[in-house]
Ligand binder design. Sequence first.
Ligand code: AOF
Ligand code: ZN
Length: 380
Amino acid sequence: MSNWSSFDIEMMSRAIMLAEKGRYTTRPNPCVGCVIVDDGNIVGEGYHQRAGQGHAEVNALKMLKDKGLSAQGTTAYVTLEPCSHFGRTPPCALGLINANVARVVVAVTDPNPEVSGRGIAMLREAGIQVDVGLLAEQAYALNLGFMKRMKTGLPWVTVKVAASLDGKTALSNGVSKWITGPAARADVQKYRASHCALLTGIETVLIDDPSLNVRVESLGELTTQLGADDIFQPLRVVLDSQARLTATAKLFSISSPILLVSACQYPEQVKATFPAHVSCLVLECDPLGRISLPALLAYLGTTANSVFVEAGATLAGAFVAQNLADDVVLYQAPKILGSHGRNMLQLPDYTTLEQTPSLQLIDERSIGKDKRYILRYNKT
Ligand code: AOF
Ligand code: ZN
């Protein structure tokens, strides 16, 4: 359908706004919002808060029920196709059918192979009018990671870089603290909090000894909105091809899960000192002895919608050079570190402009005294 009324647009915008509230808590499920309208009035609304809990439609229908209202003859606006499968919860399509909803407006179809059009078919078979495609682009953008993983089995990859105006991350002698300011660093915490997995390399762990967790106190108003218990700690992934890491790393002192990926087994006596929240995975290497990033992403894609790469120039550059990044988030500080400073990305020597990565600027803004650019790869 293409002739949407301004009322339809207003209702779906509201459903998208509701879906957005689940951004930090629904993973690996998608963010979904639902608004139920009776005769031009919103009578129920809801969003999916957590995997395992009620879907958006169920929460919206519950609001009606709590008010003692019937959903008979109503219109439901849903940002994602209602599910058709018995997962952790029963099918939402069935819930809408049983509630006698008259019309369902869907923003985007659900690429989950368990659903993928069947929710819409179920509704139509039950005689419900279903209109699809309203504000599809915005609704799709709510769940880039979920959508990509459902379609390809791979997570959405965002590579973070913090650099100077001249694209350097450190002086030639390695001095790097702090290139960007506190506001940019707090912004990074929000990125961490919204991702399923954080990825770094052994060099960064050995040199910087990061915790690589979400620091709740840095999330500002988000914590009051969510409650500290709702803050999700992503899986921390370290690429350590030669199995060099030992249990003294600061990373280990925080109890959220860690995955160490190497090309050979860790020595048994070292492994024995790893705490229980650490697991190890051996993956194949490329001819240069680097862990295969496609194999890594295929593995992470079994559970993670999104991966946030916070690594040095070699690993971050490898994602870019191998065309495996979806977004680059670049924090740029108003500093100049000089031509001998360290490059932000280690990349091949391109000889034609056609070989260089093709990026589109999605967003550009000031964060404190720094700039943040979100660049998206144009994939063919
Ligand atoms: C909907 N409404 O609000 C959401 C949907 O494990 P479950 O039972 O929670 O099912 C998860 C799947 O359901 C998820 O992969 C996606 O296909 C769909 N999510 N569907 O109708 C919702 N969150
Ligand atoms: Zn559902």
